[in-house]
Design a protein around this ligand. Structure first.
Ligand code: NAD
Length: 283
């Protein structure tokens, strides 16, 4: 099974499903989960300098012996490193043991993201990276960026799940040809999302798990997803979402679950944004 690809605004193609590695903090588990993921068919991996595990991802990639061009690797610029994105990018590459990334994102719209974006544009113009984008940017951040940007982001990676659907942001991204990436696509498995009756009924109807129904809903909303798991069976489950389709009525039923309820930090919270600049990347 080959994962369908989405074409970004610069014609680079990204597999619509990948694996996220946030909070994978045990070395042995990391290497094992990556190996299972590769065997299952995953080729897209999402990390960040702040996750502290780029080195392990690099080690796992080397061990797997897959051709570099078959992989799609994303990492992110942490705000504490906005003063030298070029250096931060080189450090990420070094830790990953790679000579380019497929996608590099500004992790949060912390102060001075406009200058950081200029450096990201330079990396792209220098052909050091295949695509550049942003993460946790709301409409107001994108509008501000648009005023000065020469290149608009290829993607915006934001928290999205049935309890946080962000319809206005998604419409804005679509209108501006920016692909959407959903982080925490399973709502991180918290707040009772797996016990939600509407989702449980749909799981029964389609003979799938609730997780698979949620992931399929994202695919049909054209979001790029990279659910995280360290378990072989769940990695397999999260991959087996291309053999069924939710009806329009069932997509609409899931739309009714929106509570505009984030699990993670709020991109409008200036205090949080300021703090990201004070927390150093330790690797
Ligand atoms: P997620 O929604 O992918 O949830 C992961 C959790 O869901 C797992 O820990 C597990 O408990 C559970 N789970 C996974 N598969 C399951 C299954 N089949 N059945 C039942 N439970 C299952 O949350 P996440 O890891 O936070 O998000 C995914 C990825 O998004 C991260 O690994 C990271 O790459 C990225 N991310 C980005 C940001 C950002 O600020 N840009 C923030 C958080 C995460």
């Amino acid at each position: 099974m080959t994962v369908p690809k989405i074409t970004l605004n610069n014609n680079v193609q990204i597999p619509q499903l990948g694996m996220g590695v946030f909070k994978m903090q045990d070395h042995k588990q990391f290497i094992q989960a990556f190996q299972w993921a590769i065997e299952i068919g995953y080729r897209h991996f999402d990390t960040a300098a702040i996750y502290g595990n780029e080195k392990w991802l690099g080690e796992a990639i080397k061990k797997a012996g897959i051709k570099r061009e078959e992989l799609f690797i994303t990492s992110k610029l942490w705000p504490a490193e906005f003063d030298n994105p070029q250096k931060a990018y080189e450090n990420s590459l070094k830790r990953l043991g790679l000579d380019y990334l497929d996608l590099y994102l500004i992790h949060w719209p912390a102060p001075d993201y406009e200058q950081a974006w200029q450096a990201m544009e330079q990396l792209y113009q220098d052909h050091a990276v295949r695509a550049i984008g942003v993460s946790n940017f709301m409409i107001k951040h994108l509008e501000k960026l648009q005023q000065q940007a020469q290149i608009m982001p290829a993607v915006d990676q934001v928290e999205l799940h049935p309890y946080l659907q962000r319809p206005k942001l998604l419409a804005y991204l679509q209108d501006n040809d920016i692909a959407v990436e959903a982080w925490g696509p399973l709502g991180q498995g918290i707040n009772g999302v797996f016990a939600e009756p509407i989702l449980q009924n749909l799981a029964q109807k389609y003979h799938k798990s609730v997780a698979q129904v949620i992931l399929r809903w994202h695919l049909q909303r054209h979001a790029i997803i990279f659910p995280k798991s360290i378990h072989q069976e769940r990695l397999q489950q999260n991959f087996d979402i291309f053999d069924f389709e939710l009806s329009t009525d069932d997509m609409n039923a899931i739309s009714t679950l929106d509570k505009n309820q984030p699990n993670g930090s709020d991109p409008n919270d200036d205090e949080h944004l300021a703090q990201t600049k004070l927390r150093p990347v330790i690797n």
